[in-house]
Design a protein around this ligand. Sequence first.
Ligand SMILES: Cc1cc2nc3c(=O)[nH]c(=O)nc-3n(C[C@H](O)[C@H](O)[C@H](O)COP(=O)(O)O)c2cc1C
Length: 278
Amino acid sequence: MKSGVIVSLVKFGAGGKIFSGAWLFSLICLLFTILAMSSSGLCSLAARSGGTQSVEPAARLVPLPAPRYDSQFSVEKALKTRQSVREYRDAPLTLAEVSQVLWAAQGFTRERKEPPSRWNPKYEWQGGLRTAPSAGALYPMEIYLLAGKVDGLPGGLYQYLPKQHALKKVTDADKRKELCQAALNQPQVEKAPAVIVMAAVYERTSYKYGERAERYVHMEAGSIAENIYLQATALDLGTVLIGAFSDPEVKKVLALPADEFPLVIMPLGQSPAPLEKK
Ligand SMILES: Cc1cc2nc3c(=O)[nH]c(=O)nc-3n(C[C@H](O)[C@H](O)[C@H](O)COP(=O)(O)O)c2cc1C
């Protein structure tokens, strides 16, 4: 059957005459071109599914306002004023405030073209250095924003993409109530207009550092949390580092990927009174 088709094709191609070498050559070239096109398509798909943060179609992204790199609020003043705030004004956050705090958490500060040595090829290299230090510049932390009341941002769960300085929508559902239950019913989680969650991808760091990765990742969570505290203070926002929660419950509520583990929850809202006067 197959050979019959080939013979007819050959006859057709050669105008019914004996098959010529030039026709065979053209046919083979055509087949190679088709194969090359389809395999390059497959390769790009494979690259996009290689990490938790792949380049997303623009339509699914919410661009954030550009962060500010300067202010009248000194680092010293932020350090002196910083405190844990567990009650918030009943007012929405602005997108600019959310943008600034997310940038302080994991935003890009400098470009870096090449991935660091011993980069786990399972993940996509994002191409930048960030506001918080990271062992081997391997950046194991994913930052999520659970938005309830943020001006200009529909409620739901978003993932912060440092490279694009944008939010990627994960789900429409506002799960602050469920997250509060997973955090041993600490009410600030449900009452805050937005909640930041840090989730660690240990495999990014353990690929290079083995067992020592665990302590490195936890140190990084502390650095990022302090950045969030200080930036929130400078914006007159309140936050608190929450470490008391059920890991499996939080993972379930946020439907985190298998390789991501929640480490820190930080509710964020307007301070009830100026922090300096508290
Ligand atoms: C690792 C860690 C875990 C924490 N967990 C919680 C928590 O689950 N709930 C909470 O309300 N505060 C939590 N805190 C905040 C501390 O209670 C707070 O930092 C401490 O009381 C000192 O107050 P200050 O932050 O205002 O200086 C945690 C702090 C750290 C460093």
